[in-house]
Design a protein around this ligand. Structure first.
Ligand SMILES: Nc1ncnc2c1ncn2[C@@H]1O[C@H](COP(=O)(O)OP(=O)(O)OP(=O)(O)O)[C@@H](O)[C@H]1O
Ligand SMILES: [Mg+2]
Length: 340
């Protein structure tokens, strides 16, 4: 239902209305004995049409809870949620979303083809297009030969994930919500999912995914939100979250203890593991100076690198710093209590 050039007003409205608009969203689970879990805390974000947005975060950070609220499978405790400018439960919204759950569960006695037929009919896909679409989707997820006629109860974990992806596409959705899409897939499957996401992106679909595989996210996402304990720690384009490197790295081998001592005396701090020494600096001139010292002292250069920080490092830094602040805070509080 992507707006077309024949309807310029609808096209303009679709382009300016965010596909996902989350404002100050919170979700608190109420447990027994008055206990509560704050799964999502004051989350705000917008996803524009055609954007691929990823939520990354450690276990229990609120990713699935956020997705379930978007699907109106859970109700927010506070805040506002709009999809295509409408509330999540609206029938038009539902018909425009494809969802791959975290742990897809299917009716075990249906085979792959029957399962897609079942979901297709459930989503109101006309019979005239359903049969062809099912075959195309089975082909896309590599289950046409092995899986189409096999009951789902005999599927491996990766095969379940693949039929789950096909199921999410059965209604030709405008917004794809993928909760850990590479869960249980082998390396080939992981690459196929990456290609699948890039292909959907090319076709103009809006994609929201959450993943632990930060390198995967880095390869496909336009923007990323790092979620931790229900709160957004950082949000922005991947290239903004991962700043450009200013580091140089010289890797050398064949250096004696005396040679290492000479390099240290020149002001460098080589990191030595066995026969391999790594010298880092922000200055390219210093690295060439170090290279001279290596050669003059009987060593050989292995490589000069410019190591790029990865999203994973940024993620660990953001999450680690937050954990550190909490630990220090709670230590300070307990010290204050003791001193009272
Ligand atoms: N139905 C529920 N009842 C009570 N607490 C819940 C429920 N579902 C999730 N939680 C809690 O909410 C928090 C967020 O869980 P959520 O499943 O959203 O995290 P997640 O980021 O998807 O984690 P994972 O990476 O492990 O999938 C966790 O502390 C979890 O224990
Ligand atoms: Mg989850």
């Amino acid at each position: 239902m992507v707006a077309t050039a024949s309807d310029p007003v609808a096209a303009h409205t679709a382009a300016v209305t965010p596909v996902v608009d989350i404002r100050n969203l919170s979700k608190t689970y109420k447990l027994v004995l008055g206990k509560e879990i704050q799964a999502v805390v004051d989350l705000s974000l917008e996803i524009k049409q055609g954007e691929t947005f990823a939520i990354v975060g450690p276990n229990g950070s609120g990713k699935t809870t956020t997705m379930k609220m978007l699907l109106s499978l859970l109700f927010p405790t506070e805040g506002e949620l709009l999809l295509f400018g409408r509330p999540p439960g609206h029938p038009e919204v539902q018909s425009r979303i494809g969802y791959l759950p975290e742990a897809p569960y299917f009716y075990e006695y249906l085979n792959g083809r029957e399962l897609l037929e079942y979901y297709g009919k459930l989503c109101g896909v006309p019979s005239s297009v359903l049969t062809k679409r099912i075959e195309d989707l089975l082909q896309m997820v590599d289950l046409l030969e092995r899986g189409a006629d096999m009951p789902v109860r005999f599927y491996s974990r990766g095969m379940r994930q693949r039929i789950g992806i096909a199921q999410a596409m059965i209604n030709n959705p405008d917004l794809l919500i993928l909760d850990e899409p590479t869960n249980g897939l082998d390396p080939i499957g992981t690459v196929q999912v990456r290609q699948f996401i890039l292909e959907q992106k090319k076709q103009g679909r809006t994609i929201l995914l959450c993943s632990h595989l930060l390198s995967e996210v880095e390869a496909v996402a336009d923007r990323v939100a790092i979620l931790h304990r229900g709160k957004v720690l950082a949000i922005g384009p991947v290239e903004e979250l991962v700043p450009e490197s200013h580091q140089w790295e010289l890797v050398a081998t064949g250096l004696s203890r005396e040679a290492i001592a000479t390099i240290k005396a020149a002001g460098f701090s080589p990191d030595v593991h066995g026969d391999v020494a790594t010298i880092t600096s922000e200055s390219q001139d210093d690295i060439y100076h170090a290279l001279g010292l290596v050669r003059d002292n009987g060593g050989q250069m292995v490589a000069i690198n410019r190591p790029q920080p990865t999203l994973e490092q940024q993620f660990l830094k953001a999450v680690g710093e937050d954990d550190l602040r909490r630990t220090v805070g709670s230590l300070q509080r307990s010290a204050q209590k003791k001193n009272k």
